[in-house]
Ligand binder design. Structure first.
Ligand code: NAD
Length: 458
């Protein structure tokens, strides 16, 4: 049996103990799942909008009544802190409720024309594949499946190799809530087998992918062959820009968790801290003890602020940036022993073009770099191939707006690090992705617009 055919072994990242073994889905099984999904979709799309909305609200309620169980699974398979895991399960509920409210509001246009009536319809695409990552397994899966289902599609969800358990449980809860069989199917498996079978399948009409930029490019190329719709949410190397006129204490107090939340495995992590030169030393004096004080440990302990990395592979990748000559400006502590632990670390490289300063590390490491003025801050902020998020700290409203318009990224926050709300649009510029998810247009992204002209000529 090759690695690609082997079952998925789910490990608890905090202990390295095996949690479960899950068989992968073969290409033949993907074919069968697409056929079943296509049939379920036709029935689902034919339901009255109020009935579809009611079933999705029931699904949301069922998730809500299993919040603790889902959170517990997330702690065990992904090493997330308990507080984060509960928030993530709640986010799935909220996404379903928000999407359910859109079913009866998926309205088209009536456009003035001579000699008749012109109307538009939002037709469902059919079968949609959602290929999810391991960093936020539940919410990111639901960003895709909630609006896709609400718009009348069937969904095939492929979770990441390391985190299939919450997805499998969510599909069971969908059935408990009364959603039709085969409408939401979870197909665990390896990306190169199950993932590729989905992206190459002619019966799949759209692929929603979140993960690494190289895999995103491969998926886009494969989808191009069949003109399959694609949404890509990829990497990030987001700036946290601190001007001298900012509330320095607030900026410094919030900077650590802005890159350490979820152990830095967050595409929106503010991993490039750009500080105006005249307050650089003051900022460092405030931020270093805050980083050193972050509590890293057992994710099931409510006092823990940061858990382990997802896997040995990810730990090795992240440790590659912590060479003996790495310019460490501040470093916290991490447990020894089993588990994929990495200490929170701030690097102060001389070269703003060094790998740690421009590559997505996806671990608890940030860099801090000085800048001189607004133009210099903008130049540094935009000096990566990514463009997902960013924060701007200043008390000058004009400057905040100039910077917010100048930074080439899809999601910016001023005097805050917020990025993702299910009711606001989310997505990246440049190599951070293609298309948008969430927000008021989320359902429309899972439809084709159809224009119909009806003649009134006698
Ligand atoms: P990945 O891109 O390989 O995996 C993401 C998902 O894609 C998984 O479900 C995987 O099974 C699937 N996949 C992998 N290869 C595929 C293929 N050829 N066709 C179809 N599906 C495929 O990510 P990874 O290797 O687990 O992580 C590597 C790096 O990716 C991380 O260090 C990080 O930089 C980045 N990443 C970013 C995000 C994000 O939220 N943007 C999430 C996860 C990983």
């Amino acid at each position: 049996m090759t690695d690609e055919q082997s079952p998925l072994i789910v490990l608890n990242p905090a202990t390295e103990e095996a949690v479960a073994t899950v068989p992968g889905t073969t290409p033949e099984q993907v074919d069968a799942a697409v056929a079943r999904a296509a049939q379920a979709q036709r029935g689902w799309a034919a339901l009255a909008p109020a009935d579809r909305a009611r079933l999705l609200r029931r699904f949301a309620d069922t998730v809500d009544s299993h919040l603790d169980e889902l959170a517990e699974l997330e702690v065990r398979e992904a090493g997330h802190t308990r507080g984060n895991a509960r928030w993530e399960a709640g986010n799935v509920r909220d996404l379903l409720e928000y999407a359910a409210a859109g079913v009866e509001r998926l309205i088209g246009h009536q456009i003035p024309v001579a000699g008749g009536l012109d109307v538009t319809f939002h037709e469902p695409l059919g079968v949609v594949a959602v290929i999810a990552p391991w960093n936020f397994p539940m919410p990111i899966a639901a960003w895709g499946f909630a609006p896709a289902l609400a718009a009348g599609n069937a969904v095939l969800l492929k979770p990441a190799e390391t985190t299939p358990l919450t997805a499998l449980r969510l599909a069971e809860l969908a059935l408990t809530a009364g959603l039709p069989e085969h409408l939401l199917q979870v197909l665990p498996g390896h990306g190169t087998v199950t993932g590729r079978a989905l992206t190459g399948h002619p019966g799949v009409r759209k692929v929603v992918f979140t993960g690494s930029t190289p895999v995103g490019k491969e998926i886009m190329a494969r989808c191009a062959g069949q003109l399959k719709r694609v949404t890509l949410e990829l990497g990030g190397k987001s700036p946290n820009i601190v001007f001298a006129d900012a509330d320095l204490e607030r900026a410094a107090a919030s900077a650590p968790m802005a890159f350490l939340d979820n152990a830095g495995q967050d595409c929106c992590a503010r991993t490039r801290i750009l500080v105006q030169r005249e307050v650089y030393d003051d900022f460092l004096a405030l931020v270093a003890p805050a980083i050193e004080a972050v509590r890293v440990g057992d994710p099931a302990d409510p006092a823990t602020e940061m858990g382990p990395l997802i896997s040995a592979r990810q730990l090795a990748r992240v440790n590659g940036y912590l060479t003996p000559d790495a310019p460490v400006a501040a470093q916290g502590k991490a447990p020894a022993g089993p588990g994929f632990w990495c200490a929170p670390t701030l690097l102060a490289p001389d070269d703003p073009g060094s790998p740690a300063a421009v590559e997505e590390i996806f671990g608890p490491i940030a860099v801090v770099l000085p800048f001189t003025d607004e133009a210099d801050a903008l130049r540094l902020a935009n000096a990566t191939r990514y463009g997902l998020s960013g924060s701007i700290w200043t008390r000058d409203l004009g400057r905040a707006l100039r910077m917010a318009r100048g930074v080439e990224a899809g999601n910016l926050s001023v005097n805050s690090h917020s990025s993702v709300r299910y009711w606001t649009p989310f997505g990246g510029f440049g190599e951070s992705g293609l298309g948008r998810e969430l927000g008021p247009d989320a359902l429309a992204h899972f439809t084709e617009t159809k224009n119909v002209f009806i003649s009134t000529e006698e």
